[in-house]
Ligand binder design. Structure first.
Ligand SMILES: [Zn+2]
Length: 224
């Protein structure tokens, strides 16, 4: 009867190779952890430049609509509707500017206004606060959206631009559309943006569209 010989395997590894592999593994680990930390840290709002489709038309610094107060962190995006049917983005921007006289005694503004043709005007730099979202003025970016009628429903081209800009902000400031994109209503209970208060399912769809747009933008960036 033949006895089966146990074959002993013995792997010989050059100690220099061992040290080298260990070093490489450590290096990979350091880069992975460092990269993850960097990726998670949101940028300084002063370093962030808006996309090309955004037209910059900053308000003059004034007590009523552009106080010049530093926006220290961007922890969310607040969506609003202008509440004045059929007005353009420019008209709403000019309204904020007109408040600077103080005659109306109204404090109001927004970082961005999206118009009926999908035009986007930036009224306030991302490094400063706007007077739009009450207790969340200090840590959010505000987007006012134009609409053709009293229902407050956005036109498709306006909707798409709002999704695009919101997705860009979420990517830039590492925000989650599920939790960090909110309605003015979620801050104060004000019926703004009206259509998304009246139709919660449309609001859910909006945030889902923002999430999908974030992925599309990331994919487009990878391919460019
Ligand atoms: Zn509002």
């Amino acid at each position: 009867m033949a006895t089966r010989r146990r074959r002993r395997r013995r792997w010989y590894i050059d100690p220099r190779l061992k040290t080298g592999a260990l070093g490489a593994a450590l290096l990979v680990l350091v880069f992975a952890v460092g990269g993850a930390l960097l990726a998670r840290r949101a940028p300084d709002p002063r370093d962030v430049e808006a996309p090309d489709y955004v037209q910059e038309d900053f308000l003059t610094v004034n007590e009523w609509s552009r106080p010049g107060t530093e926006l220290e962190a961007v922890n969310g995006v607040v969506i609003h509707y202008v509440g004045n049917p059929n007005t353009t983005a420019q008209a709403n921007r000019n309204y904020f500017e007109s408040l600077s006289s103080g005659q109306e005694g109204t404090y109001a503004s927004s970082h961005f206004v999206i118009g009926l043709e999908g035009e986007a005007i930036q009224c306030i730099p991302l490094s400063e606060i706007a007077y739009a979202s009450n207790t969340r003025n200090g840590d959010t970016v505000a987007i006012e959206v134009c609409h053709p009628d009293e229902t407050g429903r956005f036109l498709p081209v306006t909707y798409d631009r709002t999704v695009e800009l919101t997705a860009w902000l979420c990517r830039e400031f590492r925000l989650d559309p599920e939790t960090d994109v909110i309605r003015h209503y979620d801050v104060t209970g004000k019926r703004c943006p009206l259509y998304f208060v009246d139709h919660p399912e449309a609001w859910d769809a909006f945030r889902a569209d923002v999430a999908a747009e974030m992925e599309a933008q990331a994919a487009a960036e990878k391919n460019s």
